[in-house]
Design a protein around this ligand. Structure first.
Ligand code: ZN
Length: 456
């Protein structure tokens, strides 16, 4: 049992004072009491205010190693596809050891940014060229090792990636490392599931058909039959060219096709539903699925702007993820989301539904990301996992702000240094702004990146 005592905490009903939170040995919240007195064994948090910690619902951890390396023009018109070419060059050399070290740093950075858990959309499965490792789930195991090292919560999402493009194009080059037909994928998924049993009990599995362009309608039907439980994640419609290719092949736009044919419901998370028309936006909002938004990466790759205003108006669920991990910042994902809407609509506070835009965005993202990961978190209440973040309310960024403006201060004005502590299912991984494994993981990453850069 661990007990936290906070002067202020954001509970489902709003801000509360003198909150005592008891966390049991399984990482669940055993009790929450307001207006209580601290007891001798309580960890007293002083000026640290407690919030539910969201999950990062979409990550490709290995891409963190490329951050800052593709910010130059590689073609007359540079776009997602030229970025992807450079990403594939990386895949020619990455080893399991390197993937594990990169993932460990990514998870340290995520927790230091205020995320308690991650949905790892895991699609590098095989050796360069496509040969299987001795353990077919070797690279899933490397993700698990990084999770174990850092203590982050995990929903593991092994990816089915069969084709190199819409209408069953063959895999090419770097894509060989992703390649699975359905039979190979089922074996891989089973092996990963066996490995997951050695992780924290809050770890979970889902399934991720990569996208319509990398799978086909028959496979998606089979996926539904084979994996009846747990989250289903898919890259939906990130690029205009992708929409055109799918339309030429299946006679419908990707999100339109998924809504009409794939049984999209609350188990589903559509990542990068960037290119949607009004009917798709409304249909997705009403399906109960979560829109997995990655505003920093989507801006970095020049994808376009998600139609958030209409999606929110129809009651759509959303969460955020860091996708390419070009930059890992929970507050900045939400800031970028709101700012993209301000620029698009030439208006302010576009995604507000109450006095505080920040609080509205934050609480919805916390709940939506938990739903997308099948994780029993997102609010601080009895029975939930203790995914909690402490913000240093004494930081200069909050000077003069009222309590209801705290999240506006964090999201729009502060830097990430205001994140003081993070508990992932009760595991106290970030203390006073510093992940407990930060120093060793950073040394490991620096060493591995040195080796990697000699190979590229
Ligand atoms: Zn992605």
């Amino acid at each position: 049992m661990t007990t936290l005592f906070a002067e202020r905490a954001l509970l489902p009903e709003g801000w509360a004072s003198n909150v005592r939170i008891v966390v049991d040995d399984t990482g669940h919240i055993a009790s929450v009491s307001k207006d209580s007195a601290a007891e001798a064994q309580d960890e007293k948090l002083g000026a640290k205010f407690l919030l539910p910690a969201p999950s990062n619902l979409h990550s490709h951890a290995f891409q963190r190693a490329m951050a800052g390396m593709t910010e130059y023009r590689s073609a007359r018109h540079d776009d997602f596809w030229s970025w992807r070419t450079l990403m594939y060059r990386f895949l020619d050399v990455l080893t399991p050891d390197q993937i594990e070290a990169i993932a460990a740093l990514v998870y340290v950075e995520m927790q230091e940014a205020g995320y308690a858990a991650v949905g790892e959309f895991h699609y590098v499965h095989h050796r360069p060229g496509g040969g299987t490792y001795d353990n077919i789930a070797e690279l899933s195991e490397r993700i698990f090792a990084a999770v174990k090292e850092t203590g982050i919560g995990l929903t593991h999402l092994p990816v089915l990636y069969t084709y190199g493009g819409a209408d069953k194009q063959p895999l090419k080059g770097g894509q060989q490392r992703f390649g699975c037909d359905l039979e190979r994928f089922v074996k891989l998924h089973e092996a990963a599931r066996a490995g997951l049993r050695n992780l924290h009990t809050d770890s979970a599995m889902g399934v991720a058909p990569h996208s319509l362009r990398a799978t086909d309608p028959e496979q998606l039907k089979e996926i539904e039959n084979l994996f009846a439980d747990g989250p289903v994640h898919i890259h939906a419609a990130e690029q205009v060219r992708e929409v055109e290719d799918v339309e030429a092949w299946l006679g419908a736009r990707p999100v339109e096709w998924l809504l009409d044919n794939a049984g999209v419901n609350q188990r589903w998370c559509l990542i990068h539903a960037t290119q949607m028309n009004a009917a798709e936006t409304s249909g997705l909002a009403k399906s109960g699925a979560v829109a997995g938004l990655c505003p920093i990466t989507e801006a970095n790759l020049g994808d376009g702007i998600f139609n958030a205003q209409a999606f929110f108006a129809d009651g759509g669920h959303f969460g955020v993820g860091s996708d390419s991990n070009i930059r890992i910042s929970l507050a900045e994902e939400l800031r970028q989301l709101e700012y993209s809407q301000r620029l698009k609509h030439k208006a302010r506070n576009v995604l507000a539904s109450s006095a505080s835009t920040g609080e509205n965005l934050y609480m919805k993202a916390a709940i939506g990301s938990a739903r997308a990961l099948g994780r029993n978190s997102g609010v601080i209440e009895k029975g939930r996992l203790a995914d909690i973040v402490a913000i240093d309310a004494g930081d200069m960024a909050f000077c003069g702000l009222k309590e209801y403006q705290l999240l506006d201060g964090w999201i729009f004005a502060a830097d990430d240094g205001v994140v003081s502590d993070v508990w992932s299912a009760g595991r106290h991984c970030v203390k006073n702004g510093h992940h407990i494994k930060r120093d060793s993981v950073e040394r490991w990453y620096r060493k591995v990146l040195g080796e990697l850069m000699d190979q590229i």
